[in-house]
Design a protein. Structure first.
Length: 260
C-alpha cells in the first residue's frame, strides 16, 4: 500500500550563495558592472550644465525590476559611482549622477503588487512631487521663468510622476510579468519613460539649484528632452527584453523582490 506523506508542503529553492535583500550578490555585482560599462558611452549633452548623458540611464528601471528596490539601488549606485571614476566624460555632477541612478532603481524595485512593500510607492510619490515643486517652482517663482516654458521643459518629469502615482504603475508590472514578449517590451519601454522621469526630476531639482539656467535654456529643452528620453526607452526595451528572456530561459532563482 502506497503511503501518502503528511504534513506541511515545503518549497525547495536553489540558493546562489550570499544575498542582498533577497538578490544574489553575484547578480548584483554583474548588473553593477553593466552600469559601469554603459557609463562609457555618451549619447547626448545635458543643456544647462554641459554634462553628458550616458547609456546606463536606460537600464536603471530594468535593474530595479530584476533585483528589487534595495539591491537595485545598490547595483545602480555602485555601478554609476564606478562609471564616474573611470568615465569622467559622462560624470556630470558626480554625486547627483549617483543619486539619480540609485533612486531610479529604488523606485522601479518598489513597484511590487503584494506584501509589505506594496505601499512604498506612497512616500516615494510624495518625494517626487516635492522634488518637482522645488524644481519647477524655483524656476517660476524665483527666477522668472514663464509658466508654459517650465511646464513644457519638465514634461518628462511630471509625466513620470503621474505614471508612477496612477494605476499605470501596476499595469506596467503586469506587462513585465507577462509571457507575451510584446507586452514585456511595452512594459519596458513605457516603464523606462516613467523611471527616467523620476530620475530626472530628482536630479534636476538639485542641479537647478546649482546652475539656475535662464528661460532660454528651458525653452531649448522642450523639444530636446523627450527625444533624448525616447533613446533611453529604446535602450531599456532592447536590453531589458533580452535580459528578461535570458533570465527566464536559464531558470535562475528570481530575487525575492523582483517584479519581472
Amino acid at each position: 500500500m502506497t503511503q501518502v506523506p503528511l504534513g506541511e508542503e515545503r518549497e525547495v529553492k536553489r540558493l546562489g550563495g550570499a544575498t542582498l535583500d533577497g538578490a544574489s550578490i553575484a547578480l548584483v555585482v554583474a548588473l553593477a558592472a553593466v552600469v559601469a560599462v554603459l557609463s562609457f558611452i555618451p549619447f547626448s549633452v545635458m543643456l544647462g550644465s554641459g554634462g553628458s548623458i550616458e547609456m546606463s540611464e536606460g537600464i536603471y528601471g530594468l535593474i530595479g525590476w530584476i533585483l528589487g528596490p534595495i539591491a537595485g539601488a545598490v547595483a545602480s549606485g555602485v555601478g554609476r559611482f564606478v562609471g564616474v571614476l573611470v568615465a569622467p566624460h559622462t560624470a556630470g555632477v558626480p554625486f547627483v549622477s549617483v543619486w539619480g541612478a540609485a533612486i531610479g532603481s529604488f523606485a522601479a524595485g518598489s513597484m511590487v503588487l503584494a506584501g509589505q512593500r506594496r505601499l512604498w510607492w506612497i512616500p516615494l510619490t510624495v518625494l517626487f512631487v516635492t522634488a518637482y515643486l522645488l524644481y519647477a517652482g524655483r524656476a517660476i517663482v524665483q527666477n522668472g521663468v514663464g509658466l508654459w516654458p517650465a511646464i513644457g521643459a519638465t514634461f518628462l518629469d511630471w509625466s513620470g510622476v503621474l505614471l508612477f502615482a496612477l494605476p499605470t504603475r501596476r499595469l506596467f508590472v503586469h506587462w513585465l510579468k507577462s509571457p507575451n514578449l510584446g507586452k514585456v517590451a511595452m512594459g519596458l519601454f513605457l516603464g523606462t519613460w516613467m523611471i527616467s522621469g523620476l530620475t530626472h526630476v530628482n536630479s534636476g531639482a538639485i542641479t537647478y539649484f546649482m546652475y539656475n539656467w535662464a528661460e532660454e535654456v528651458w525653452i531649448a529643452l522642450i523639444p530636446v528632452i523627450p527625444v533624448e528620453n525616447l533613446f533611453r526607452c529604446l535602450i531599456g526595451m532592447v536590453i531589458g527584453t533580452g535580459v528578461i528572456v535570458g533570465l527566464r530561459a536559464i531558470g535562475i532563482t528570481k530575487p525575492d523582490h523582483a517584479v519581472y
